[in-house]
Design a protein. Sequence first.
Length: 329
Amino acid sequence: MSAASETAVRSGVGNVRGLFRDRPIIPLVVLLALLVVVMQLASPGIVKLSWAGVILRTAVPLAILGACQTLTMLTGGIDLSVGAIASMAGFVTATLIHSPGGVPQAILVALAVSALAGLLTGIVVGVFRVHPLIVTLGMSFIVLGFANVWQLQSVQTGAGVPVELRTIGSGLQGEIVPNSLVVFVPISIFILVLLRLTGYGRLLFAIGDNPVAARLSGARSWQVLTVLYVLSAVLAGIAGLVLSGLTNTASVSLADSSLLPSVAAAVIGGTSIFGGRGGYGGTIVGALILTVLSALLTVLGLPEPTRQIVFGSIIVLVAAAYTRVTAET
């Protein structure tokens, strides 16, 4: 190979690496399109507008949980409590719908309890500087324990998911547009604006990129992290409400199976598990990719454990690929 050809090859490889590092959403959209094509080949005729509506509806709770992981990963952390908090929010809402305040009060109580869990997590992570992996894992057990206590003491566990949540979580307009977009679109806009146009968003990136430099520059990391985990918990609570409406189920383990996919969606979307790099746009596409992949595995007749193996493998491979790309550029 001539020197000119070798230089051209290296330049092309460098451009590809730069694309994956700086603009991951482009190859992600290509991958999503390829999965849709494979889905059509695996089950001819399945890909149509009504199918797309179902995929979007299913992806919404996962994309919201993915937002929790994206925000925390930007600071070099992770939130393993989102599954328990989401389950708790859906369950608490279902048991309080006959309270004097009705469904609105039930939702507010569920979100308030979610925020309290996030506040405790944020204080321990931000003030006492305990690693988020340990804190959020412990918080997931605490939330699960209190949810089980509430389940045993509540006399209204059979109340069921309120019709308002079922309408939002599972309803479709014209069999194409999910009603849950009413919740998801404002949340997405809020997060995108937060990360791109606000000082708080820049602080998240700064803390994840170099926490020591951020602290020396005057950033109050403990305040940033406390607000971050409160926001993550509230988003998890909202995701739990949407998920309970989607599945018409309220249980203390409702969103447990969504924890690993939420991490995978953020990692696939280009958010670095080491902090300082990422964005929510890629996470949204990552959630869609995982939802289509899950549908494909269902069509192929593969069980849930196989899906977990696939999602775990994706996290390992993408994280390894990202590490290699950043190390060689």
